[in-house]
Write a protein that binds this ligand. Structure first.
Ligand SMILES: [Zn+2]
Length: 479
């Protein structure tokens, strides 16, 4: 889930409708809200205009202005999230909607109205930054002398808006609706902590089912036509005993090379491949990219994430409740001090480190699977050898070839997406490290098995630790 929308959901869920402290006056709050929104949008406009001026000035060197742009676009996203938290907590925007407007008991409507101004800001910011993308396209066209396919600007913007916001908005609303429905039944007397776990479990299950459908609805997709490439991809999936509903081609703005897989259930499982991958990569490299996604399914990464998040939430709620009770007793604090339950604060650093760690390892497991996929299409050297060399050696040679092919595909994808090796993401790690891992794998393919075994062992050990900590916390709480 995109971090901005995750923050939206967390803030809307976690800030209760406690009475508004007066002053500031309602009017003052509204004026501050509108001034703040205006400032956010103006700063986006400034970043866009400055980049476009730099682009116009430096026709030769596009890299420097684009790096500046991507850095500030990222910072602006963080700035928008901070502003949202500020409005929600210090301006009491949540409470204005729920109490002053009297919408607190409405299912989903209150959440939608709370989120509306911020979703608008997200959409308008995307539209503002889109001007820069158009300028880049025009500059590249002018320089190369090759005009790209004439797609109307409105259509390009529409595709980008749908890609960046569609799925997340739908998921955020679904999650908030489910929460409201559970809340509406009003289980005040039951164990609050267990209720929170149950409702989160329900939310995760339903959003996991809704997620593939939401992405299907929101993204510009079409089913991959039958033919050589699709037949080969399906053959590999069958070989790996993986079932899925469809392979979908994702129409991006001819610049994003990407692939993804969603869905725990085979009936709702889709594998997405962006148009650019199909256009710019060789068929064998496409198999590698597809093999990476198949690897995620084969290693059951989605299911593992689901189990990990749910058991971790149980543990965090129990540990958080324990710490809260201890703090209340120790320092004679007022319990209403914990506006946002402690486990939500704990959850951010906890998931950043643990989920980030496993996500990065799972990405490498999928990379290994991608190498295996390309390796399986490399001609068998043993069959052409006259003497009976060992089968094991031929497998090693093919795996080495496959790894090199996959490495080439990864480098191409990096180049198309305009990333450099230093690019770091909490879910995928540093790109150069990922490439170096593949280089090592090409030298000694037996490292793949070692890596897979140790990843699986670490995952099981972590789950065991989570269960033990939860049990201990539960026992201490029930004393
Ligand atoms: Zn992946």
């Amino acid at each position: 889930m995109r971090t901005t929308y995750l923050i939206f959901v967390l803030v809307v869920l976690s800030i209760p409708s406690f009475p508004l402290p007066q002053p500031p006056h309602l009017l003052v709050r509204f004026v501050t809200l509108f001034l703040g929104m205006g400032f956010v949008l103006l700063s986006a406009e400034y970043i866009a205009l400055r980049t476009m001026r730099q682009l116009a000035r430096n026709q030769r060197n596009l890299i420097a202005p684009l790096q500046w742009f991507s850095k500030w676009k990222g910072r602006h996203r963080i700035f928008r999230a901070i502003m949202f938290v500020f409005f929600a907590i210090f301006l009491g925007w949540n409470n204005i909607v729920r109490q002053e407007f009297g919408l607190g008991s409405w299912i989903a409507i209150d959440d939608l109205i709370i989120l509306l101004p911020f979703m608008l800001i997200e959409i308008i910011s995307t539209a503002i930054f889109h001007q820069v993308d158009l300028t880049i396209d025009q500059t590249i066209e002018r320089r190369s002398g090759v005009a790209a396919a004439p797609i109307p600007h409105e259509e390009k913007l529409w595709v980008q808006l749908r890609t960046e916001h569609g799925p997340w908005m739908l998921i955020a609303l679904v999650v908030l609706t489910i929460h409201d429905v559970i809340d509406w039944f009003n289980f005040a007397e039951t164990n609050q902590a267990m209720l929170a776990v149950a409702s989160m479990g329900a939310m995760i299950v339903i959003s996991l089912i809704v997620l593939p459908l939401a992405i299907r609805m929101a993204l510009p997709l079409r089913s991959m036509p039958r033919g050589n490439v699709r037949d080969e991809l399906e053959a590999w999936a069958t070989h790996e005993k993986i079932r899925f509903s469809d392979i979908l081609i994702w129409r991006t703005r001819h610049s994003l090379a990407n692939a993804a897989v969603t869905g725990i259930l085979p009936q709702l499982r889709y594998i997405f491949i962006s148009e650019t991958i199909l256009h710019q990569l060789s068929p064998l490299e496409v198999i590698g990219v597809f093999g990476h996604e198949v690897g995620h399914v084969r290693h059951r990464h989605l299911l593992k994430f689901f189990v990990f998040v749910l058991t971790s939430l149980v543990m965090l709620i129990l540990v958080g409740a324990g710490i809260e009770r201890w703090m209340v007793q120790q320092w004679r604090l007022n319990e209403s001090l914990f506006l946002i339950p402690l486990y939500l604060w704990l959850a951010v650093p906890y998931f950043y480190f643990t989920l980030g760690y496993f996500s990065r390892r799972f990405e490498r497991q999928a990379d290994i699977a991608g190498c295996r996929a390309t390796a399986s299409f490399v001609p068998d050297p043993a069959s052409s050898m006259l003497d009976e060399s060992s089968v094991a050696e031929s497998i090693t040679i093919r795996m080495r070839e496959g790894t090199l092919l996959f490495l080439g595909a990864m480098r191409k994808v990096t180049l198309i997406n305009g990333m450099d090796g230093s690019h770091w993401s909490w879910r995928q790690g540093r790109l150069s490290d990922r490439l170096r891992f593949l280089e090592q794998l090409a030298i000694s393919p037996e490292k793949a098995t070692v890596f897979n075994t140790s990843t699986n062992r670490q995952f099981l050990l972590s789950l065991a630790a989570i269960v033990v900590i939860s049990l201990v916390a539960y026992l201490i709480l029930s004393l």
